[in-house]
Design a binder for this molecule. Structure first.
Ligand code: GCO
Ligand code: MN
Ligand code: MN
Length: 388
């Protein structure tokens, strides 16, 4: 059976252990699916054709495990990954679940909580390194406030910087070779999270001790919760050389944190995202940080996982179709052409400056240039709807 949308290892599709094992609990209702052991989640990912699995420390090793239990669990998990041909490209740390982190982790006011958060992160890095991960994601879900009376927000930034610098040094000292991918989110579970958008992190990274080791992990839902254009955030990260990882899912703006199947809510935005990633040649993992509807059993979870990958591959094909469509490309060419003779773009020089300042622009000509974006968008929609 040949299926042109079948996932292959080269597509680098990965899922968080926490995504396919999500049991459907929400603030108003308990779990609807039985527990899924990590090794069984790996088996399921192999069945649906995924390439990788990512994990938080405590998705695998309970927070109160003894060192011996930890070693046994990690060893068994590694064996399961090896026997199912699943890789672990990314690891992360749970710094939000335990009550100890109710005031934050790296940014908490209590120095003991901050030290514990750091220790827990170093141990999670050990687990990830043992499993072969080279990307370490840090999501500061609790690094925020309900009331700004609790601390100065710039102190939070300083504490966060200190923690990131520390974990970079640890990776260097241990020879782990990690890059760190910082994941922003505007709110949930805190009223306001400090690093609200990918742009916030892009501002913080150059101030770190090892900026070259640190990039971002933008998530579709997180930018869309803030009402922002996700592809723009990804493009800025890419342009800065900082797109180290990506969390794909979907989200209707203004709703709760939905974590829908990729492309489920906004296929047009998903199309522009996939087109961007494929056009620029993003070579990192395509990680799905989403979960199945609460109505589903584990067969439905497989439908969900297959759907994420299939939609990505369908959109990838649509992007290629868009790039190859003669009428679309003629419009793209037209909209980039100058409307009148103009001094060539050049870097600043006294000669170019003189030419530019001496040039006469006809504002009427500029304003009259044909920009058939209605037609272009309609053609895009028709590619998406399958009529082209
Ligand atoms: C969320 C986040 C998390 C993180 C994960 C990795 O909204 O809960 O997206 O799923 O991605 O904790 O650090
Ligand atoms: Mn999320
Ligand atoms: Mn995420």
């Amino acid at each position: 059976m040949s299926d042109k949308y079948a996932p292959l290892p080269e597509h680098k599709f990965s899922f968080g252990l926490w995504t396919v094992s999500n049991r459907g609990r929400d603030p108003f209702g308990s779990e609807v699916r039985p527990p899924l052991a990590p090794v069984d989640a790996v088996k399921m990912l192999a069945q649906v054709g995924a390439w990788g699995v990512n994990l938080h420390d405590n998705d695998l090793v309970p927070i109160d495990a003894t060192p011996a239990e930890r070693d046994r669990i990690v060893k068994e998990f590694k064996q399961a990954c090896d026997s199912h041909g699943i890789v672990v490209p990314m690891a992360t740390v749970t710094l939000f679940f335990d009550p100890a982190f109710r005031d934050g982790a790296f940014t908490a006011n209590d120095p003991a909580v901050r030290a514990y958060a750091l220790q827990k992160t170093l141990r999670a890095m050990d687990i990830g390194a043992e499993l072969g991960a080279k990307i370490f994601v840090l999501w500061g879900g609790r690094e925020g406030t309900e009331t700004d009376a609790c601390r100065r927000a710039d102190d939070a930034v300083k504490r966060l910087r200190h923690a990131i610098d520390y974990v970079c040094e640890y990776s260097i000292a241990k020879g782990y070779g990690y890059t760190f991918a910082m994941e922003a989110k505007p709110n949930e579970p805190r009223g306001d999270i400090y690093m609200a958008t990918t742009g916030n992190y892009l501002g913080l990274i150059p101030t770190l001790a090892h900026p070259e080791m640190v990039g971002v992990n933008p998530e579709v839902a997180h930018e869309q919760m803030a009402g922002l254009n996700f592809t723009h955030a990804v493009a800025q990260a890419w342009e800065a050389g900082k797109l180290f990882h990506i969390d794909l899912n979907d989200q209707v703006p203004g709703r709760y944190d939905q974590d829908f199947r990729f492309g489920a809510a906004n296929p047009k935005s998903a199309f522009f995202l996939v087109k961007f990633l494929e056009d620029v040649g993003y070579a990192g993992p395509r990680h799905f940080d989403a979960h199945a509807y609460r109505t589903e059993n584990y067969d439905g979870v497989k439908d969900f996982a297959r759907g994420c990958m299939r939609t990505y591959l369908i959109l990838k094909e649509k992007a290629a179709r868009w790039n190859a469509d003669a009428e679309i490309q003629a419009i793209v060419k037209e909209i980039h052409e100058p409307s009148m003779p103009t001094p060539a773009e050049a870097t600043y020089s006294p000669a170019h400056l003189a030419t530019l300042l001496g040039h006469t622009f006809d504002r009427g000509t500029l304003a009259a240039k044909n920009l058939p974006y209605e037609r272009l968008d309609q053609l895009t929609v028709e590619v998406l709807l399958g009529t082209r």
